[in-house]
Design a binder for this molecule. Structure first.
Ligand code: ZN
Length: 151
């Protein structure tokens, strides 16, 4: 456990919900249970249960007929996971990996990287972007960049 964090870290499931809710709000202007269920391939009943738990934890406000909004704390967690998702995607794209491999791996990795590793990957990514010759050398050393359909 990181000694500097007083709060219990959010679970992967909580992060996945918040990530999808923020994306829905940003793209559609609102997030409904039915849309979250569709995106996460989870039943609406399960989504409703989780949304009620997130409401009880102070991460969002849920009103059955008016949809839901993120609280400040919920939005902060959502922005954080969205940032990790984007950063890891950028990094793996830079290495030339196939889109489905990137998607699969990012969805797992994003929940487990510490802030220190996030900063390290950020630094590495920005340096690599300025060193195309080095990047070509790294890419040529990565054998399989083909799409993998089954995980
Ligand atoms: Zn993600």
């Amino acid at each position: 456990m990181p000694p500097k964090s007083p709060k219990r870290p959010a679970s992967s499931a909580v992060e996945d919900y918040l990530e999808q809710i923020l994306e829905l709000i940003n793209t559609k202007g609102y997030a409904r249970v039915v849309d979250i269920a569709g995106r996460l391939s989870i039943s609406q009943a399960s989504v409703t249960n989780m949304v009620q738990k997130l409401d009880a934890d102070g991460l969002l406000k849920y009103e059955k007929y008016r949809g839901l909004v993120l609280t400040t704390a919920g939005e902060e967690l959502a922005r954080n996971i969205t940032h990790r998702h984007q950063l890891l995607t950028d990094f793996l794209q830079l290495l030339g990996l196939a889109p489905d491999v990137i998607h699969h791996d990012v969805e797992g990795m994003e929940h487990h990287v510490s802030p220190e590793t996030v900063h390290a990957i950020e630094s590495l990514t920005s340096h690599l972007k300025r060193r195309p010759a080095l990047l070509r050398g790294i890419r040529s050393g990565i054998p399989a960049t083909r799409s993998r359909r089954n995980f």
